[in-house]
Design a binder for this molecule. Structure first.
Ligand code: SF4
Length: 244
């Protein structure tokens, strides 16, 4: 494990121990993660994303998922797969209009078709390296930091953490300190030392954010309530804390 460069080592060590407890909880609750679409798998496997089968499918899904439900996105990826088109090389040979017609069930399908076409063209230039290149991914209109880093982590197997609202909200409450999504992302990256840990942590936190840690949290059923400062203080005082 790497040591934190900008916080006292005692605090860094307490935090690493807490993150380790969270990882154990996520591993134990892998069935709950499964309900949220995450499959705990080998570190380099694409199956983490609801049993998707390749880095290409992950990149395609990452582009489609903004403003769409995961169920719709999975359906679209399977539809492409059944036609041999869930592959950026195959998509690069299609017109934007044709891609648009193939993903017509997706919200904002026209702009998503343009993004997929651009992603596919870049894949022809860069090959699998594309999945590791932050600046190249960000050069595609509509691909923000979270999407780029999600592709890098799950398709490119790069040690990075997508800065998400779930990450910020859940970690702020667990630690009892308000963190921006960028701060939360950097903190997790500093504390965890392997690709498997980063993927498991991100999948677990996203599951908690989606199922339990909503704007009004459902701590009673939460899988990490034993490790959460917010839940601890709320139970101890019997009062509702200001929502972090
Ligand atoms: S215990 Fe409550 S506040 Fe803590 S992470 Fe779970 S839902 Fe959020």
């Amino acid at each position: 494990m790497r040591s934190s460069s900008d916080e006292p080592s005692a605090l860094g060590s307490v935090k690493r121990s807490l993150y380790s407890d969270l990882l154990h909880a996520f591993l134990k609750e892998r069935e709950t993660l499964r309900m949220a679409g995450w499959v705990v798998s080998d570190p380099g496997s694409p199956a983490w994303w609801d049993d998707l089968r390749s880095p290409h499918e992950i990149a395609i899904a990452a582009v489609l998922v903004q403003l769409n439900s995961w169920e719709k996105v999975k359906e679209a990826v399977v539809y492409l797969r059944e036609r041999g088109l869930a592959d950026l090389r195959a998509l690069s040979g299609l017109s934007v209009e044709r891609i648009d017609s193939l993903i017509s069930g997706i919200n904002l399908h026209k702009s998503k078709a343009e993004r997929l076409k651009r992603l596919a063209e870049l894949y022809l230039e860069k090959g699998d390296e594309l999945f590791k290149q932050y600046e190249t991914l960000r050069s595609i209109k509509g691909i923000g930091e979270e999407t780029a880093r999600a592709i890098m982590l799950f398709a490119g197997n790069v040690m990075t953490v997508p800065p998400s609202d779930y990450l910020s909200r859940v970690l702020s409450r667990v630690l009892g300190v308000k963190l921006t999504k960028e701060e939360a992302s950097k903190d997790v990256l500093r504390a965890l030392g392997s690709l498997f840990q980063l993927k498991l942590f991100y999948a677990g936190i996203t599951t908690v954010g989606k199922l339990f840690c909503k704007p009004r949290p459902r701590c009673e059923k939460c899988i990490i309530k034993a490790h959460c400062k917010y839940a601890d203080e709320a139970t101890g005082s019997g009062t509702s804390l200001t929502l972090l």
